[in-house]
Design a protein around this ligand. Structure first.
Ligand code: NAD
Ligand code: UDP
Length: 308
């Protein structure tokens, strides 16, 4: 198949492109290189089955493809808050452009949505039918609300135009090729520990997240695209739940670092708990994560040791 991956030069996108090329597909990676890097896909650039298209998803584009994975959108709070209006445009206009293309060429299209659609959740663990607790006017809203709107567009194109959609809600994912300085917690803690700098825990560190290793996530994403039974939304994430303080202590121990933990204020609207209910994921995708947090951290620490 010929497959379009928007955001294909980013952290998740580059792993997805690699996996699809290994499955012998032709891959077109569309990316404006805002948070993506050519280094992430350098090993694919010589492959005749791979094409990089430097393009901004908010501008229309015409392509002939069989499938579309829509990942284009900055994902770390620092980057999506850098230009919040642009983040809104990327998610919303980007979704409209991708859906218009999918409609025209009859391509199946998957949306990389997010656990952020649940906001600071009052239901725990989060099931797909939970409608969320999102602040519409806060600093995280440009991301949360535009991702919610993108989901709405996907389901409207599905109902009105019979576009063949798939929607996944990705929970915190980590692994090689995360940017060292994009402010996400796993990369921050590992880089701080390797450099012997203070480990910056925000708030009292009792807030929780569920961390999924990138290889597992990509596996689930492709399973969702390939299955015929349902369109989603489906949660995709490792249900193991850890406090941020537990993560900090784990990283210090596993790196053998002498770094000290320091606390700073919790960012506005930072969700206090997050864990996917994976009942639907198991039922429809027959998916279970292969890497527990320790196993994934070993690989990620190895990567940052060689990259920093
Ligand atoms: P990332 O920032 O590494 O990747 C995003 C990619 O999109 C980058 O290559 C960037 O250059 C590109 N991009 C951004 N704006 C664009 C635009 N206007 N036009 C074209 N390309 C553009 O982030 P990631 O972690 O790889 O996330 C990929 C997708 O998965 C995002 O849509 C994100 O919302 C979603 N997601 C990720 C996580 C996670 O934990 N990594 C969690 C939930 C959802
Ligand atoms: N966090 C932290 N120290 C850091 C970076 C993040 O304590 O250096 C916390 C952050 O406040 C949040 C959690 O770690 O509670 C996950 O943050 P991240 O930005 O990785 O993802 P998100 O908040 O989008 O889930």
């Amino acid at each position: 198949m010929r497959i379009l991956v928007t955001g294909g030069a980013g952290f998740l996108g580059s792993h997805l492109c690699e996996r699809l090329i290994n499955q012998n597909h032709d891959v077109i990676c569309l990316d404006n290189l805002f948070t993506g890097r050519k280094e992430n896909i350098i090993h694919l650039l010589q492959n005749y089955k791979f094409e990089l298209l430097r393009h901004d998803i908010i501008e229309p584009f015409l392509l002939e493809v069989d499938q579309i994975y829509n990942l284009a959108c900055p994902a770390s709070p620092i980057h999506y808050q850098y230009n919040p209006i642009k983040t809104n445009k990327t998610s919303v206009i980007g979704a409209i452009n991708c859906l218009g293309l999918a409609k025209r060429v009859k391509a199946r299209i998957l949306q990389a949505s997010t656990s952020e659609v649940y906001g600071d959740p009052a239901v725990h663990p989060q099931t797909e039918d939970y409608r969320g607790n999102v602040n519409p006017i806060g600093p995280r809203s440009c991301y949360d609300e535009s991702k919610r709107c993108a989901e709405t567009l996907f389901f409207d194109y599905h109902r009105e135009n019979k576009v063949d959609i798939r929607v996944i809600r990705i929970f915190n994912t980590y692994g090689p090729r995360m940017l060292a300085d994009d402010g996400r917690v796993v990369s921050n803690f590992i880089v701080q520990a390797i450099k012997g700098n203070d480990i910056t825990v925000y708030g009292d560190g009792s807030q929780t997240r569920s961390f999924c290793y990138v290889d597992d996530l990509i596996d689930g994403m492709i399973r969702m695209m390939e299955q015929e039974e349902f369109v989603g939304p489906v949660n995709l994430g490792n249900p193991g739940e850890f406090t941020i303080m537990e993560l900090a202590e784990k990283v210090i121990k596993m790196t053998g670092s002498s770094s000290k933990i320091i606390k700073s204020p919790l960012p506005v609207d930072d969700p206090l708990q997050r864990k996917p209910d994976v009942t639907l994921t198991e039922k429809y995708l027959n998916w279970d994560p292969k890497y527990n947090l320790d196993q994934g951290l070993v690989k990620t620490i190895e990567y940052f040791r060689s990259a920093t």
